[in-house]
Design a protein around this ligand. Structure first.
Ligand SMILES: NC(=O)c1ccc[n+]([C@@H]2O[C@H](COP(=O)([O-])OP(=O)(O)OC[C@H]3O[C@@H](n4cnc5c(N)ncnc54)[C@H](O)[C@@H]3O)[C@@H](O)[C@H]2O)c1
Length: 424
């Protein structure tokens, strides 16, 4: 068991708290919708009596979500959903300035990472929140005796929802979960514009390379891939897309991107970015074809998209941290490949994750979905969608915050749109 139990939290250095608070407050200024929800929560206390265990990227934006949940009356605890995304100053500020126990240290090893999840579950949460379903998985294995205590769990990302749907299909799921990722106010914006911008930000911060004129290969043209490809193009890259599904491949082609199999893309790419949620997308059959100096990174949830085990086993020479977060692998053919952020989410490992303005929508959706799950009759055990009214409210509040007004249907238009009689 981790020593974190002894003092009720485990962070790098509480001395960093003041710096963390500044960044949390700066993010808060860009999160008007979440702020409004925090104010409402403080009045209505919809989460009173709930103990909320969150396993999320420990960033300034997450800190503001946790503040809102605490304002809503919940007792809140937090651990990291990725060892490399933790911002130690934010973790310190949460503990010291906001009274929220955190169990997360940047670059913690696998054992510590799981001990931190255990520290949260051992406090018996009644609502859990995940980014990738690690906490729920542990709740279904080591902590399965506690599963009945959990009223609902919120899932933030595509990969987590896929895991949970697989559990539901196998009859293994024991608690109701809400697929926050699948809300339009989440994936249409966070996965696309958030991942689009912050992934390029990660590549640039780590390497400083010029994107203009580079061949950027984007593996996967889902919500994240659409964003990454369009932002890379915006910076002047020649973008190549690889896919396994015909419809997104066609969409990429009609968006004007070159589409080809990875075996061909491997030969022409300068920068490779995987965002598939799949494994070994960049693997043994590709590495040997790549140009000397090619840059490889991943923005999909797990660090399995680039086959690093193979690279580690077969490279002639591995040089860690040749510059910030960049590992160099010299292959037997004499060429060197550069891997960013150990193949983990490059936008979080090498940059600071999504901009606060987009997390405002994801986390407003999270907060309202938690309220919904906490205050209604217990949900049946399955994977639930976020109710449409919540999505519409989050979008309306965001528009209002951006100072954008839209039209309203007239009575005549409502009648027309709901009738089948009027035609040509
Ligand atoms: N970096 C971040 O901050 C961030 C944010 C949101 C989501 N994610 C993660 O990014 C991943 C993608 O999410 P999404 O919402 O775009 O998912 P998605 O399902 O919309 O898209 C994934 C796409 O990848 C394609 N694909 C699967 N295997 C492939 C392969 N071998 N080669 C090429 N294409 C392949 C699929 O056909 C699909 O079109 C997930 O793991 C998700 O959890 C990361």
């Amino acid at each position: 068991m981790p020593n974190s139990h002894h003092n009720g939290h485990d962070v790098r250095d509480l001395g960093m708290a003041a710096a963390g608070r500044k960044r949390i407050e700066w993010a808060d200024r860009q999160m008007p919708v979440l702020r409004l929800i925090r104010e409402r929560f403080a009045k209505d206390l919809p989460l009173k009596g709930q103990r909320l265990g969150a396993c999320l990227h420990v960033t300034c934006e997450t800190a503001n979500l946790l503040r809102a949940l605490k304002a809503g009356g919940a007792e809140v605890l937090c651990c990291a959903s990725n060892p490399l995304s933790t911002q130690d100053d934010v973790a310190a500020a949460l503990v010291n300035e906001y009274g929220i126990p955190v169990f997360a240290i940047h670059d913690e090893d696998r054992n510590t990472y799981y001990n931190h999840l255990r520290a949260v579950l051992s406090r018996h949460p009644t609502i859990t929140m995940d980014d990738g379903a690690d906490l729920v998985s542990l709740l279904h294995t080591e902590f399965r005796d506690q599963a009945h205590e959990v009223r609902a769990s919120m899932e933030e990302t595509t990969t987590g929802v896929i895991r949970l749907r697989a559990m539901a299909r196998d009859g293994a799921l024991k608690i109701p979960v809400v697929a926050v990722n699948d809300a339009q106010t989440k994936h249409l914006f966070d996965n696309r514009y958030g991942t689009g911008q912050s992934t390029l930000d990660g590549v640039i911060r780590a390497t400083g390379v010029l994107i203009a004129g580079s061949v950027v290969v984007v593996a996967g043209f889902g919500w994240c891939g659409r964003g990454v490809a369009s932002r890379a193009r915006g910076l002047g890259a020649d973008v190549v897309v690889t896919e396994v599904e015909p419809i997104p491949a066609l969409e990429a082609a009609m968006e004007g991107f070159r589409v080809m199999p990875m075996e061909e893309a491997a030969k022409v790419g300068d920068i490779f970015i995987s965002v598939t949620g799949d494994r070994s997308v960049l693997g043994p059959s590709h590495f040997s074809l790549m140009k000397d100096g090619a840059i490889l990174c991943n923005s999909g949830h797990f660090d399995v998209e680039i086959d690093l085990a193979y690279l580690n086993d077969t490279a002639e020479k591995v040089e860690r941290n040749v510059t910030n977060h960049v590992d160099a692998y010299r292959l037997k053919n004499g060429r060197t490949l550069y891997v960013l952020g150990q193949g983990r989410l490059v936008n979080l490992a090498c940059a600071e994750g999504h901009p606060a303005q987009v997390m405002d929508m994801s986390f407003a959706t999270q907060a309202m979905a938690s309220q919904w799950a906490a205050t209604r009759d217990p949900l049946p055990v399955s994977v639930h969608e976020v109710p449409r009214e919540i999505e519409n409210e989050v979008a309306s509040l965001k528009l209002a915050a951006m100072g954008i007004r839209i039209d309203t249907l007239t009575e005549e238009q409502k009648r027309y749109l709901s009738s089948w009689q009027s035609g040509t």
